[in-house]
Design a protein around this ligand. Structure first.
Ligand SMILES: Cc1ncc(COP(=O)(O)O)c(C=O)c1O
Length: 375
Protein backbone atom coordinates (compact mmCIF):
# COMPACT_ATOMS: atom_id res chain seq x y z
CA UNK A 1 0.00 0.00 0.00
CA UNK A 2 1.29 3.47 -0.86
CA UNK A 3 1.33 5.74 2.19
CA UNK A 4 -0.58 8.97 1.62
CA UNK A 5 1.22 12.04 2.96
CA UNK A 6 -0.56 14.04 5.64
CA UNK A 7 -1.53 17.50 4.38
CA UNK A 8 -0.38 20.24 6.76
CA UNK A 9 -2.42 23.37 7.33
CA UNK A 10 0.61 25.60 6.59
CA UNK A 11 4.36 25.35 6.93
CA UNK A 12 7.15 27.82 6.22
CA UNK A 13 8.99 27.60 2.92
CA UNK A 14 12.69 28.26 3.50
CA UNK A 15 15.45 28.23 0.92
CA UNK A 16 19.24 28.39 0.74
CA UNK A 17 19.00 32.20 0.84
CA UNK A 18 17.71 32.12 4.45
CA UNK A 19 20.51 29.69 5.38
CA UNK A 20 23.18 31.85 3.75
CA UNK A 21 21.95 34.97 5.56
CA UNK A 22 21.83 33.21 8.93
CA UNK A 23 25.30 31.75 8.37
CA UNK A 24 26.60 35.26 7.70
CA UNK A 25 25.29 36.34 11.13
CA UNK A 26 26.90 33.35 12.81
CA UNK A 27 30.19 33.76 10.98
CA UNK A 28 30.44 37.47 11.76
CA UNK A 29 29.09 37.38 15.35
CA UNK A 30 26.19 39.76 14.44
CA UNK A 31 23.61 37.64 16.24
CA UNK A 32 21.95 40.23 18.46
CA UNK A 33 19.59 43.10 17.59
CA UNK A 34 22.05 45.18 15.61
CA UNK A 35 23.33 44.39 12.15
CA UNK A 36 22.76 44.83 8.46
CA UNK A 37 19.83 42.44 8.20
CA UNK A 38 17.73 44.43 10.67
CA UNK A 39 18.32 47.63 8.70
CA UNK A 40 17.71 46.02 5.30
CA UNK A 41 14.64 44.11 6.46
CA UNK A 42 13.09 47.27 7.92
CA UNK A 43 13.90 49.34 4.84
CA UNK A 44 12.66 46.68 2.42
CA UNK A 45 9.47 46.09 4.37
CA UNK A 46 8.68 49.83 4.52
CA UNK A 47 9.08 50.02 0.74
CA UNK A 48 6.95 46.93 0.21
CA UNK A 49 3.97 48.34 2.14
CA UNK A 50 4.47 51.95 1.06
CA UNK A 51 5.18 53.32 4.53
CA UNK A 52 7.84 55.82 5.57
CA UNK A 53 8.97 53.88 8.63
CA UNK A 54 9.18 50.18 9.51
CA UNK A 55 10.40 49.09 12.94
CA UNK A 56 11.07 45.42 13.60
CA UNK A 57 9.92 43.90 16.89
CA UNK A 58 9.74 40.47 18.49
CA UNK A 59 6.19 39.42 17.48
CA UNK A 60 2.88 40.53 16.10
CA UNK A 61 1.65 40.83 19.67
CA UNK A 62 4.47 43.14 20.72
CA UNK A 63 3.97 45.14 17.51
CA UNK A 64 0.36 45.77 18.57
CA UNK A 65 1.41 46.47 22.15
CA UNK A 66 4.11 48.98 21.29
CA UNK A 67 1.89 50.68 18.68
CA UNK A 68 -0.89 51.20 21.22
CA UNK A 69 1.63 52.44 23.78
CA UNK A 70 3.03 54.90 21.21
CA UNK A 71 -0.52 56.15 20.60
CA UNK A 72 -0.71 56.86 24.34
CA UNK A 73 -3.29 54.21 25.27
CA UNK A 74 -3.53 53.76 29.03
CA UNK A 75 -5.88 53.25 31.97
CA UNK A 76 -9.38 54.62 31.40
CA UNK A 77 -9.14 54.50 27.62
CA UNK A 78 -11.24 52.39 25.31
CA UNK A 79 -10.00 50.66 22.16
CA UNK A 80 -12.58 49.40 19.66
CA UNK A 81 -11.75 46.12 17.93
CA UNK A 82 -13.57 43.20 16.32
CA UNK A 83 -14.62 40.34 18.55
CA UNK A 84 -13.81 37.91 15.72
CA UNK A 85 -10.03 38.02 15.94
CA UNK A 86 -7.06 36.46 17.64
CA UNK A 87 -6.92 37.00 21.40
CA UNK A 88 -3.65 39.01 21.28
CA UNK A 89 -5.63 41.98 19.92
CA UNK A 90 -7.65 42.22 23.14
CA UNK A 91 -4.81 41.22 25.46
CA UNK A 92 -2.54 44.12 24.50
CA UNK A 93 -5.36 46.58 25.20
CA UNK A 94 -5.98 44.99 28.60
CA UNK A 95 -2.25 44.87 29.42
CA UNK A 96 -2.09 48.66 28.96
CA UNK A 97 -4.94 49.10 31.46
CA UNK A 98 -7.47 50.05 28.78
CA UNK A 99 -10.78 48.43 27.90
CA UNK A 100 -11.36 46.39 24.72
CA UNK A 101 -14.72 47.47 23.24
CA UNK A 102 -15.95 44.77 20.87
CA UNK A 103 -17.87 45.07 17.61
CA UNK A 104 -19.35 42.40 15.39
CA UNK A 105 -18.15 41.54 11.89
CA UNK A 106 -19.98 42.16 8.64
CA UNK A 107 -20.76 39.09 6.55
CA UNK A 108 -19.40 40.65 3.33
CA UNK A 109 -15.80 40.88 4.61
CA UNK A 110 -15.86 38.94 7.92
CA UNK A 111 -14.17 42.07 9.32
CA UNK A 112 -15.12 44.79 11.80
CA UNK A 113 -18.36 46.52 10.76
CA UNK A 114 -17.74 50.31 10.53
CA UNK A 115 -21.40 51.10 11.29
CA UNK A 116 -21.08 49.24 14.58
CA UNK A 117 -17.91 51.15 15.41
CA UNK A 118 -19.95 54.36 15.16
CA UNK A 119 -22.43 52.95 17.67
CA UNK A 120 -19.66 52.06 20.15
CA UNK A 121 -17.81 55.41 20.14
CA UNK A 122 -17.64 57.13 23.54
CA UNK A 123 -15.64 60.10 24.84
CA UNK A 124 -13.10 57.53 26.07
CA UNK A 125 -12.46 55.99 22.66
CA UNK A 126 -8.73 56.43 22.10
CA UNK A 127 -7.92 54.12 19.18
CA UNK A 128 -9.81 51.88 16.74
CA UNK A 129 -8.15 48.63 15.67
CA UNK A 130 -9.23 47.28 12.27
CA UNK A 131 -8.00 43.71 11.83
CA UNK A 132 -7.70 42.38 8.27
CA UNK A 133 -9.02 38.92 9.07
CA UNK A 134 -7.60 36.00 7.06
CA UNK A 135 -6.07 38.48 4.62
CA UNK A 136 -9.16 40.44 3.52
CA UNK A 137 -8.88 44.20 4.07
CA UNK A 138 -11.33 46.12 6.24
CA UNK A 139 -13.62 48.75 4.65
CA UNK A 140 -11.19 51.53 5.56
CA UNK A 141 -12.97 54.47 3.87
CA UNK A 142 -16.20 53.79 5.75
CA UNK A 143 -14.23 53.37 8.97
CA UNK A 144 -12.29 56.60 8.49
CA UNK A 145 -15.50 58.49 7.75
CA UNK A 146 -16.87 57.32 11.09
CA UNK A 147 -13.71 58.42 12.91
CA UNK A 148 -12.99 61.67 11.05
CA UNK A 149 -15.14 64.04 13.16
CA UNK A 150 -13.04 63.18 16.23
CA UNK A 151 -9.82 62.42 14.42
CA UNK A 152 -9.52 59.08 16.23
CA UNK A 153 -6.34 57.22 15.18
CA UNK A 154 -6.40 53.71 13.74
CA UNK A 155 -4.05 50.80 14.41
CA UNK A 156 -4.44 48.26 11.62
CA UNK A 157 -3.55 44.68 12.38
CA UNK A 158 -2.03 43.20 9.24
CA UNK A 159 -0.73 40.06 10.97
CA UNK A 160 -2.64 37.96 8.44
CA UNK A 161 -2.55 40.35 5.50
CA UNK A 162 0.96 40.90 4.14
CA UNK A 163 0.53 42.03 0.54
CA UNK A 164 -3.24 42.61 0.78
CA UNK A 165 -4.62 45.79 -0.77
CA UNK A 166 -7.57 48.05 -0.20
CA UNK A 167 -8.52 49.95 -3.37
CA UNK A 168 -4.95 49.45 -4.60
CA UNK A 169 -3.25 50.66 -1.39
CA UNK A 170 -1.27 48.07 0.56
CA UNK A 171 -2.09 47.03 4.10
CA UNK A 172 0.62 48.68 6.18
CA UNK A 173 -0.11 52.18 4.95
CA UNK A 174 -3.88 52.31 5.46
CA UNK A 175 -3.92 53.44 9.08
CA UNK A 176 -2.22 55.83 11.50
CA UNK A 177 0.03 52.94 12.48
CA UNK A 178 0.15 49.27 11.46
CA UNK A 179 1.30 45.97 12.94
CA UNK A 180 2.43 42.71 11.30
CA UNK A 181 3.36 39.23 12.54
CA UNK A 182 6.08 36.97 11.17
CA UNK A 183 5.12 33.86 13.10
CA UNK A 184 5.97 30.62 11.28
CA UNK A 185 2.54 30.18 9.68
CA UNK A 186 2.39 33.73 8.31
CA UNK A 187 2.86 34.76 4.66
CA UNK A 188 6.45 35.63 5.44
CA UNK A 189 8.17 34.46 8.59
CA UNK A 190 11.10 35.08 10.89
CA UNK A 191 10.11 32.20 13.20
CA UNK A 192 8.77 34.68 15.73
CA UNK A 193 8.79 38.36 14.88
CA UNK A 194 6.79 41.44 14.00
CA UNK A 195 6.88 44.86 12.39
CA UNK A 196 5.34 48.26 13.03
CA UNK A 197 4.89 50.62 10.08
CA UNK A 198 3.79 54.26 10.01
CA UNK A 199 4.19 57.49 8.06
CA UNK A 200 4.19 59.53 11.26
CA UNK A 201 7.70 60.58 12.39
CA UNK A 202 6.73 61.18 16.02
CA UNK A 203 5.01 57.80 16.32
CA UNK A 204 7.99 56.08 14.69
CA UNK A 205 10.31 57.70 17.22
CA UNK A 206 8.04 56.64 20.07
CA UNK A 207 8.04 53.02 18.82
CA UNK A 208 11.83 53.05 18.40
CA UNK A 209 12.21 54.25 21.95
CA UNK A 210 9.59 51.92 23.45
CA UNK A 211 11.07 48.85 21.76
CA UNK A 212 14.42 49.66 23.34
CA UNK A 213 13.80 50.31 27.06
CA UNK A 214 12.46 53.83 26.55
CA UNK A 215 15.79 55.05 25.22
CA UNK A 216 15.81 58.84 24.64
CA UNK A 217 15.69 58.83 20.88
CA UNK A 218 16.02 62.59 20.45
CA UNK A 219 19.20 62.92 22.49
CA UNK A 220 20.58 59.56 21.35
CA UNK A 221 22.55 59.34 24.56
CA UNK A 222 23.63 56.03 25.97
CA UNK A 223 21.80 55.06 29.19
CA UNK A 224 19.41 58.01 29.07
CA UNK A 225 15.77 56.94 29.12
CA UNK A 226 12.79 59.29 28.91
CA UNK A 227 9.93 56.79 29.23
CA UNK A 228 9.25 53.29 30.51
CA UNK A 229 9.91 50.97 27.60
CA UNK A 230 10.31 47.32 26.76
CA UNK A 231 12.87 45.04 25.19
CA UNK A 232 11.01 44.15 21.99
CA UNK A 233 14.05 44.06 19.70
CA UNK A 234 14.16 41.54 16.86
CA UNK A 235 17.52 39.85 16.34
CA UNK A 236 19.72 40.15 13.28
CA UNK A 237 19.42 36.35 12.99
CA UNK A 238 15.65 36.60 12.65
CA UNK A 239 15.89 39.56 10.28
CA UNK A 240 18.32 37.52 8.18
CA UNK A 241 15.52 35.01 7.63
CA UNK A 242 13.02 37.83 7.18
CA UNK A 243 15.01 39.58 4.46
CA UNK A 244 15.24 36.41 2.39
CA UNK A 245 11.52 35.82 2.92
CA UNK A 246 10.67 39.40 1.95
CA UNK A 247 12.27 38.87 -1.44
CA UNK A 248 9.70 36.09 -2.03
CA UNK A 249 6.69 37.83 -0.51
CA UNK A 250 4.99 38.62 -3.85
CA UNK A 251 5.49 35.02 -4.94
CA UNK A 252 3.97 33.73 -1.67
CA UNK A 253 1.01 36.10 -1.98
CA UNK A 254 0.33 34.93 -5.52
CA UNK A 255 0.61 31.33 -4.34
CA UNK A 256 -2.05 31.93 -1.66
CA UNK A 257 -4.33 33.55 -4.24
CA UNK A 258 -3.87 30.65 -6.64
CA UNK A 259 -4.69 28.15 -3.91
CA UNK A 260 -7.84 30.16 -3.09
CA UNK A 261 -8.94 30.39 -6.72
CA UNK A 262 -8.60 26.63 -7.10
CA UNK A 263 -10.49 25.90 -3.86
CA UNK A 264 -13.23 28.35 -4.94
CA UNK A 265 -13.67 26.61 -8.28
CA UNK A 266 -13.76 23.14 -6.72
CA UNK A 267 -16.05 23.95 -3.78
CA UNK A 268 -18.40 26.56 -5.19
CA UNK A 269 -21.31 24.20 -5.88
CA UNK A 270 -21.06 22.22 -2.66
CA UNK A 271 -24.25 22.49 -0.60
CA UNK A 272 -23.87 24.22 2.75
CA UNK A 273 -20.41 25.65 2.01
CA UNK A 274 -19.85 29.43 2.01
CA UNK A 275 -16.62 30.50 0.33
CA UNK A 276 -14.39 33.26 1.75
CA UNK A 277 -15.23 36.81 0.63
CA UNK A 278 -13.39 39.05 -1.79
CA UNK A 279 -14.85 42.49 -2.41
CA UNK A 280 -14.29 43.99 -5.89
CA UNK A 281 -12.09 46.68 -4.27
CA UNK A 282 -10.06 44.15 -2.28
CA UNK A 283 -6.99 42.10 -2.88
CA UNK A 284 -7.51 39.28 -0.41
CA UNK A 285 -4.32 37.31 0.26
CA UNK A 286 -6.25 34.38 1.80
CA UNK A 287 -3.66 33.87 4.52
CA UNK A 288 -5.88 31.03 5.72
CA UNK A 289 -8.37 29.74 3.18
CA UNK A 290 -11.48 29.52 5.35
CA UNK A 291 -14.92 28.15 4.52
CA UNK A 292 -18.16 28.22 6.47
CA UNK A 293 -20.01 24.94 6.91
CA UNK A 294 -23.77 25.05 7.41
CA UNK A 295 -24.23 21.68 9.07
CA UNK A 296 -27.86 21.15 8.05
CA UNK A 297 -27.29 21.91 4.38
CA UNK A 298 -23.90 20.22 4.16
CA UNK A 299 -24.90 17.06 5.97
CA UNK A 300 -22.60 17.26 8.98
CA UNK A 301 -21.34 19.91 11.38
CA UNK A 302 -18.04 21.71 10.96
CA UNK A 303 -16.61 19.74 13.88
CA UNK A 304 -17.61 16.43 12.32
CA UNK A 305 -16.17 17.54 8.98
CA UNK A 306 -12.89 18.43 10.71
CA UNK A 307 -12.79 15.00 12.35
CA UNK A 308 -13.44 13.26 9.02
CA UNK A 309 -10.79 15.34 7.26
CA UNK A 310 -8.35 14.53 10.06
CA UNK A 311 -9.04 10.82 9.57
CA UNK A 312 -8.33 11.30 5.86
CA UNK A 313 -4.93 12.79 6.71
CA UNK A 314 -5.89 16.44 6.23
CA UNK A 315 -5.06 19.03 8.91
CA UNK A 316 -7.56 21.80 9.58
CA UNK A 317 -8.09 24.47 12.22
CA UNK A 318 -11.22 25.94 13.65
CA UNK A 319 -11.87 29.62 12.95
CA UNK A 320 -11.20 32.02 15.85
CA UNK A 321 -13.18 31.75 19.04
CA UNK A 322 -14.40 35.36 19.37
CA UNK A 323 -13.14 37.44 22.26
CA UNK A 324 -16.61 37.70 23.85
CA UNK A 325 -16.70 33.89 24.06
CA UNK A 326 -13.30 33.57 25.72
CA UNK A 327 -13.77 32.65 29.36
CA UNK A 328 -11.29 35.30 30.48
CA UNK A 329 -13.29 38.06 28.74
CA UNK A 330 -16.90 36.79 28.51
CA UNK A 331 -18.11 38.38 31.77
CA UNK A 332 -17.41 41.86 30.43
CA UNK A 333 -19.69 41.44 27.40
CA UNK A 334 -22.78 39.72 28.85
CA UNK A 335 -25.95 40.95 27.18
CA UNK A 336 -24.13 42.06 24.02
CA UNK A 337 -24.76 40.09 20.88
CA UNK A 338 -22.38 39.35 18.02
CA UNK A 339 -24.33 37.05 15.68
CA UNK A 340 -21.96 37.26 12.70
CA UNK A 341 -18.88 36.47 14.80
CA UNK A 342 -20.79 33.62 16.45
CA UNK A 343 -21.64 32.20 13.03
CA UNK A 344 -18.07 32.57 11.76
CA UNK A 345 -16.81 30.77 14.86
CA UNK A 346 -19.38 27.98 14.72
CA UNK A 347 -19.10 27.34 11.00
CA UNK A 348 -15.57 28.49 10.09
CA UNK A 349 -12.80 26.06 9.28
CA UNK A 350 -9.32 26.83 7.95
CA UNK A 351 -8.21 24.47 5.21
CA UNK A 352 -4.58 23.74 4.25
CA UNK A 353 -3.39 26.91 2.53
CA UNK A 354 0.25 27.61 3.28
CA UNK A 355 3.18 28.62 1.13
CA UNK A 356 3.86 24.90 0.72
CA UNK A 357 0.33 23.74 -0.20
CA UNK A 358 0.36 22.12 -3.61
CA UNK A 359 -2.30 22.00 -6.32
CA UNK A 360 -2.58 18.25 -5.84
CA UNK A 361 -3.21 18.75 -2.10
CA UNK A 362 -5.91 21.35 -2.75
CA UNK A 363 -7.61 18.93 -5.15
CA UNK A 364 -7.44 16.13 -2.57
CA UNK A 365 -8.85 18.33 0.22
CA UNK A 366 -11.67 19.67 -1.97
CA UNK A 367 -12.57 16.23 -3.33
CA UNK A 368 -12.73 14.85 0.21
CA UNK A 369 -15.05 17.68 1.31
CA UNK A 370 -17.29 17.24 -1.72
CA UNK A 371 -17.44 13.47 -1.15
CA UNK A 372 -18.61 14.06 2.43
CA UNK A 373 -21.36 16.51 1.43
CA UNK A 374 -25.00 15.68 0.69
CA UNK A 375 -24.32 15.96 -3.04
C1 LIG B 1 -4.85 38.98 13.77
C2 LIG B 1 -3.64 38.64 14.59
N1 LIG B 1 -3.13 39.59 15.38
C3 LIG B 1 -2.03 39.35 16.14
C4 LIG B 1 -1.40 38.14 16.12
C5 LIG B 1 -0.22 37.90 17.02
O1 LIG B 1 0.96 37.68 16.33
P1 LIG B 1 2.17 36.85 17.02
O2 LIG B 1 1.74 35.44 17.10
O3 LIG B 1 3.32 37.07 16.09
O4 LIG B 1 2.40 37.47 18.36
C6 LIG B 1 -1.86 37.14 15.27
C7 LIG B 1 -1.14 35.86 15.22
O5 LIG B 1 -1.48 34.83 14.84
C8 LIG B 1 -3.02 37.38 14.49
O6 LIG B 1 -3.53 36.43 13.70
Amino acid sequence: MVAVERIAIAAPVLSPAETANVMECLNTNWISSKGRFINEFEKGFAEKVGAKHAIAVTSGTTALHVALAALGVGPGDEVILPTFTMIACANVVTQLGAKPVLVDSEMTTWNMDPAQVRAKLTPRTKVVMPVHIYGHPVQMDELKEVLAPRNIPTLEDGAEAHGAQYKGTPVGSLATISAFSFYANKIITTGEGGMVTTNDDALANAVLSLRDQGYDITRRKWLIHDRIGYNYRLTNLQAAVGLAQLKRMDEFVEHHRKVATLYNSLLKNTPGITLPPEHPWAKNVYWMYTILVDGAAFGMSKDDLMTKLGEAGIDTRSAFLPIHQQQIYAKGYLGQSFPVADRLATQGVNLPSGNNTTEEEVRRVAATIVSLSRK
